[in-house]
Design a binder for this molecule. Structure first.
Ligand SMILES: NC(=O)C1=CN([C@@H]2O[C@H](COP(=O)(O)OP(=O)(O)OC[C@H]3O[C@@H](n4cnc5c(N)ncnc54)[C@H](OP(=O)(O)O)[C@@H]3O)[C@@H](O)[C@H]2O)C=CC1
Ligand SMILES: [Fe+3]
Length: 352
């Protein structure tokens, strides 16, 4: 990582270019609470800039402050980890969780202070202590708040935009959580209270789920496509070939795909409406609207938008293919016509 460390995510004032104008414009307000950041990696650098831009005094704790100092804005002080822990009122722990234990010597300096754990896991963990809970065990005299792990260094750098403004927070200390929520708002993010620190595992897993609601609809679309494609291939290409030796394999990439797409689109559309019918049937069967649907039906109902969009995509592809086919046929016809005219005129020249 040292090479990456040498390359600032956004350039300092002397570096020219890059960076958001908002960040360049603000200066830390004197008398604002001192925010400490342990670690000088990508996240730390972006966070420091955003905090400075929001009017906070920032002190960054590094194992090698001399090396890292140049990567931070002038307003942020880069010093030793111990010095930063002593000076700060609230401390962001921006080091990877496997290195949390190297910070234990800061325990006395961090006692009674709020620690924000921003770490993410590398894989989804379904049980066991979260990184935040492990940090709380390491620093029992501090108040650990989990949060900011769903915000990327890039988002911090560019400023909150729609879609990634929410910061999920949880802590066993109401006071510590409130102070982080306030800080969050001042930085332009929207804090979402997720309750006690026991929710931290859920928050840590959040960034690891990539488009979770799309997985099943996409899988369904692919399976249906394979099924209908094989059916059409057998019916339109394989069967004539075996029966009468007629070779129409050229139809495979375009015509067979084109007859497959509407079938997939229609079945996917049916899958949008089907769970609604199941739900209505269950409600009639139970005689009430207020029972919980079984999990599978619940997930299906909430995934209807994705099923619908997959169906729409197939229909659009079918429309595009259908428009392209006559163009291809007319080009073919023109070529044949030209050849015929030349033969008729007895020129015998090359065509095409
Ligand atoms: N990058 C991102 O977009 C996001 C990162 N996060 C979380 O933020 C945390 C930091 O991530 P990121 O900044 O990308 O990581 P980097 O690897 O870029 O930085 C980690 C920093 O940790 C410090 N550190 C302290 N002790 C040790 C040690 N024993 N060994 C190695 N490094 C140590 C180092 O600073 P120094 O050498 O100065 O002490 C180093 O710069 C992680 O927990 C990550 O999950 C969360 C959301 C997004
Ligand atoms: Fe059609």
């Amino acid at each position: 990582m040292p090479d990456e460390m040498a390359r600032p995510l956004i350039r300092g004032r002397g570096g020219g270019g890059g960076g958001s104008r908002h960040l360049e414009a603000s200066v830390s307000e004197p008398g604002a609470p001192v925010i400490g950041i342990l670690g000088t990696g990508d996240f730390s650098r972006s966070l420091a800039r955003r905090l400075v831009a929001s009017g906070y005094q920032v002190v960054v704790g590094s194992r090698a402050p001399k090396r890292s100092g140049a990567l931070f804005p002038e307003e942020a002080e880069v010093t030793s980890q111990m010095e930063a822990a002593n000076q700060a009122d609230l401390v962001f722990v921006a080091v990877f969780p496997e290195h949390h234990s190297t910070l234990v010597e800061l325990k006395p300096a961090l006692a009674g202070k709020t620690l924000v754990d921003v770490s993410n896991g590398l894989q989804i963990k379904l049980d066991g202590p979260s990184h935040a809970e492990q940090l709380a065990d390491l620093f029992p005299e501090s108040f650990v708040v989990k949060g900011f792990n769903t915000i990327s260094a890039w988002t911090l750098q560019m400023g909150p935009r729609d879609g990634s403004r929410q910061v999920f927070l949880c802590s066993d200390s109401h006071k510590a959580k409130s102070s982080v929520m306030q800080l969050c708002r001042r930085m332009g993010f929207v804090p979402v209270d997720m309750g006690l620190l026991s929710s931290s595992l859920e928050i840590e897993n959040l960034p690891l789920y990539l488009f979770p609601s799309w997985r099943i609809p996409i899988l369904c679309t692919l399976l249906l496509f394979i099924f209908f494609y094989l059916y059409n291939f057998t019916r339109d290409i394989l069967q004539p070939y075996i029966k009468s030796g007629k070779s129409v394999f050229y139809k495979m990439p375009i015509e067979t795909v084109n007859v497959t797409l509407p079938s997939v689109a229609l079945v996917m559309l049916a899958l949008v409406y089907l769970p609604g019918l199941f739900a209505a049937f269950l409600q009639l069967w139970w005689g009430t609207k207020y029972n919980r649907f079984p999990n599978w039906l619940d997930r299906w109902l909430t995934g209807r938008k994705q099923f619908g969009l997959c169906s729409f995509l197939c229909a659009v592809l079918h429309a595009i293919y259908s428009l392209c086919l006559p163009l291809r046929k007319s080009a073919h016809f023109k070529l044949l016509n030209a050849a015929f005219k030349q033969v008729k005129a007895g020129t015998g020249g090359r065509v095409g």
